[in-house]
Design a protein around this ligand. Structure first.
Ligand code: SF4
Ligand code: SF4
Length: 187
């Protein structure tokens, strides 16, 4: 992936905090701050960090069209590349998981347009809502859910469908995350 020139993580630590990591040398639950994350937001083991960390770039780092307000800690949304296990009929290795980190995330006025653009381009999309520590974040495959609103280019309907999907996800019974081998959770 090619990074947008000059776009640095700065004070954002979302991927080191909000994401689940299951590497041989580092296991942590989503929502738990990585023990290697320093107070200055840098990685204490940067040169030897797990490959899952060195391979990861969130969507904001690679999509030039997204403004600075899309930095995940500012937007409350982290765009996670999904390069495998996408359904047939969609781009095989260019999926995007849209993970909402908090209740205000859907206030982002640019999100519906972005979703519509991706749906039209057959990018597989997943809407995910961050869950409490110890539970798996519930997720929905978005393309079919929003297809009609996107086809009609009805921005209001699309926004309503996104809101309804978030509500449905928030009502879903949460599954516990696998915690075997993990250190005790502390946020
Ligand atoms: S979520 Fe993106 S911007 Fe934030 S620390 Fe991770 S890679 Fe950097
Ligand atoms: S090892 Fe470093 S890069 Fe990986 S999650 Fe921890 S602080 Fe972030």
């Amino acid at each position: 992936m090619t990074l947008v020139p000059g776009r640095a993580c700065g004070g954002c630590t979302v991927c080191c905090t909000e994401l689940h990591i299951n590497a041989p040398s580092l296991k942590k639950l989503a929502g738990v701050r990585c023990p290697n994350l320093r107070e200055d937001c840098l990685c204490a083991i940067y040169e030897t960090r797990p490959q899952t960390c060195s391979d990861f770039e969130c969507g904001w780092r690679v999509m030039a069209a997204l403004g600075d307000h899309w930095r995940p800690d500012r937007a409350g949304i982290v765009l996670i590349p999904k390069t495998k296990d996408n359904p047939p009929g969609y781009r095989a290795n260019s999926g995007v998981q849209i993970m909402l980190l908090g209740p205000g995330a859907l206030d982002n006025a640019e999100l519906p347009g972005l979703v519509a653009q991706w749906v039209e381009a057959r990018v597989p999309l997943y809407l995910t809502v961050a869950a409490p520590v110890g539970f798996l974040a519930p997720s929905a495959f978005l393309n079919e859910i929003v297809a009609d609103a996107v086809r009609r280019k009805d921005r209001g309907a699309l926004t309503a469908v996104l809101e309804g999907t978030v509500k449905a996800l928030s009502l879903r019974k949460l599954e516990r995350a696998e915690t075997a081998g993990l250190p005790p959770a502390s946020t």
